[in-house]
Design a protein around this ligand. Structure first.
Ligand code: NAP
Length: 250
C-alpha cells in the first residue's frame, strides 16, 4: 500500500520509519522544506509544496497513492486543509495523526489565546500594566515579526534556522537549537536570561514540553496559543494507533 505521510513532526518521521521496509507498505514522507538541514528518516522523502489542493490531487493520482496520513504540525492549518480537500476530491482514505494538546497542570499559570495576534495583544497588556518583561519567545522563526508591535521587552528567541530577517527588536538574544530539550537545560536557560514570561504554541510535543515544566517550577506565567481545530474527521493520537489503522486498510 502506497502511503503518503504529510510530515514535519517527529510522529510523521516515526511512522515513516515504522512502515519503511515492511512488505505491506511503501511509505513516502513529505516535508515542506522549511528547515535547511532536515532529518530525513527514510529514502523516499519528497520536499516542497505540492501547489495547493490541485497540485496535491495531481500528485496523489500520478503517484497512485492509496492512503494519506496527515502527520503535519498541529499549527500547519493550511496544509491540513489542503490534504482534507484533496483526499476528498481524489476519494482516498485520510487519517489525521495528531498528538493531544498539553493540558494545564496545578502550578501552571497560562493565558490561553486563539492565535498569534492575540498572543501579541496579551503581551501588550502586560507591558501596558507597567512592566517591560523579559520574554522567552519560543514560537519558531516564522511569526517573530508579529511581536514588533511590542518593542519594549527583552526577547530571548530560539529557532532551528536563523530568522529570514534580522529581528528588529532593540533588545534580544537569538539561540539556534533543535528539539528535544531537557528540563535542567530549559530551567537553566530561563534563569540565565532572567525570563519573566514564556510565549509558546501548544504543540503537544514531548520534545518541547520541558519549557512548560521549567516555567511551572520557576513560577513563570505563560502565554499559550491554542491549537487550531483539525479538519480531518478521523484521527488518532499515536504512531501505534496510526499503524493499526493502516494495517486495517491494507
Ligand atoms: P502551512 O502554513 O499549513 O502550509 C503552507 C504551505 O506549505 C502549504 O500550502 C504547502 O504548500 C506547504 N506545506 C506545508 N507542509 C507541507 C508538507 N509536509 N509537505 C509538503 N508541503 C507542505 O504550514 P507551516 O505552518 O508553514 O508548516 C510547514 C511545515 O513545518 C509543515 O510540514 C509542518 O508540519 C512543519 N512545522 C510547522 C510548525 C508550525 O508551528 N506551523 C512547527 C513545526 C513544524 P502547497 O500549497 O504548495 O502544497
Amino acid at each position: 500500500m502506497r502511503v503518503l505521510i504529510i510530515g514535519g513532526t517527529s510522529e510523521g518521521s516515526q511512522l515513516a520509519r515504522l512502515l519503511d521496509g515492511q512488505r505491506d507498505f511503501s511509505p513516502i514522507l513529505s516535508l515542506a522544506g522549511r528547515t535547511k538541514d532536515p532529518k530525513i528518516p527514510i529514502t523516499k522523502t519528497r520536499i516542497g509544496g505540492f501547489g495547493g489542493v490541485e497540485g496535491l490531487c495531481d500528485y496523489l493520482r500520478r503517484e497512485t497513492i492509496h492512503c494519506v496520513v496527515d502527520a503535519s504540525h498541529p499549527f500547519a492549518a493550511q496544509m491540513s486543509h489542503n490534504v482534507a480537500e484533496a483526499t476528498r476530491q481524489a476519494e482516498i482514505p485520510l487519517l489525521g495523526l495528531r498528538r493531544p494538546a498539553w493540558q494545564p497542570q496545578p502550578g501552571d499559570s497560562w493565558t490561553e489565546v486563539v492565535d498569534m495576534p492575540s498572543a501579541v495583544t496579551a503581551l501588550q497588556t502586560l507591558v501596558r500594566g507597567g512592566q517591560a518583561p523579559r520574554v522567552f519567545l519560543a514560537i519558531g522563526r516564522l511569526e517573530i515579526e508579529e511581536f514588533q508591535r511590542v518593542p519594549e521587552p527583552y526577547y530571548l528567541l530560539r529557532t532551528i534556522d536563523p530568522p529570514q530577517k534580522e529581528p528588529a527588536f532593540a533588545n534580544f538574544h537569538l539561540i539556534q537549537d533543535r528539539p528535544p530539550f531537557d528540563l535542567p537545560s530549559e530551567k537553566a536557560l530561563l534563569e540565565m536570561h532572567r525570563i519573566d514570561v514564556v510565549v509558546t504554541k501548544n504543540s503537544g510535543s514531548d520534545a518541547t514540553y520541558a519549557k512548560v515544566v521549567a516555567a511551572r517550577e520557576l513560577g513563570l506565567p505563560m502565554i499559550v496559543v491554542m491549537q487550531p481545530k483539525p479538519p480531518t474527521s478521523e484521527h488518532v493520537q499515536t504512531v501505534e494507533e496510526a499503524y493499526a489503522w493502516l494495517s486495517q486498510h491494507v
